[in-house]
Design a protein around this ligand. Sequence first.
Ligand SMILES: [Zn+2]
Length: 240
Amino acid sequence: MRTLYRHIAELVRGIKVLFFPELCLVCGRKLSDGERVMCTRCRVTMPLTIRSADDLYRRFDNHFEPVCAVSFFNYVHGSAHSRIVLGIKFHGQRRAAVEMGRWFGRRLREEGSPVCSADMLVPLPLSRGRALERGFNQSELIARGIGMETGVPVETRAVARVRYSDPQSLQRSRTDRFRNVTGVFAVTRPELLAGRHIVIVDDVVTTGSTVTSCATAILEAVPDCRISVAALSAVSSIRG
Ligand SMILES: [Zn+2]
């Protein structure tokens, strides 16, 4: 009986692959067995951030002092690899979000990043409306992937988005971006954060204004905690 089930499961998988083959999120080619999210070629050409513990540090140090601030790969607008972030954000690629988080987490572990010894991963919260509309928070899925590889737990109850902001991409200048996200976040459970090392997790960091707004809200409510930033990707050249 068990063998029969196994055969049926295999058959269903075969049919699924035939009609819904898994495609590389970057180049669109059919994935081979063992390949996940992207094909081997796109994986090796991935524009990974140069090994450096703090490639994002300068984006935040005027506003708060992160323990560390790291990203996994460079986001270049219009590039093939930017499709990973777009696929995760707008096309419901939940599995890709977790897989990318795991890859990022493995690298953080190999580098002995301070992220691995943090107390919790706090995904940047979406507004309730946006979360309902999208059905998931991509930063939370990325954080879950990082957590699987580093053992750091994910905490989603402590911080909430209390005000809706216009899309950051519509903001012209750096000042506009900061103004747009000021007062957007609030700490809902300060007791969970007190005295802890918290890693804010985001999918893509541009100027860093959204993460800064979240970090500032946390530090105002819980001054004795320490904050790090882990972003799946970061826009390398900043305009405005
Ligand atoms: Zn590919």
